[in-house]
Design a protein. Sequence first.
Length: 163
Amino acid sequence: MKQSILLSALFFTFLVGKAQHDLHPVAWQYSARKIAEKTYEVHLTAQLASGWHAYSQQQPEDAVARPTEIKFKPNPLVGLLGKIREVGDMEKWKDEATGIQANQYAGKVDFIQVIKLKANVKTSVSGSLTYQVCTNEMCLPPKTDNFVVPLESDGNGDKKSSF
């Protein structure tokens, strides 16, 4: 009797774990790449599971999808240069029945912000990103993740943090 209860509990735990894994269809990677003296590209890269998509920061007026929103915390040692770029194959989706539209990405999307250090110092940029992911059948509630990306004035190449 104890063995059947234990086996049932283990099976249930496996199912719950698998369901939770299936409902976390995006993996984020945060990195910085030095592109010039005291200048970096900060990359917030989403890798999406097959069948899932995430939304662009810019959405049509009639969109009901939550656009991806990225906020950088103020840091007196850095300045943000320009707007956040999106690199990926944007899909312009339209529901034929309702006419509702959305700008979305499948597979992979890279959000890139150029950062300029104000001095030769080691520091980091941090902030939050709020995003929503969907399939053609369902959407998960919007989620907010925090990120920290180290910047080093004497570094070369990528500095990566995976979450």
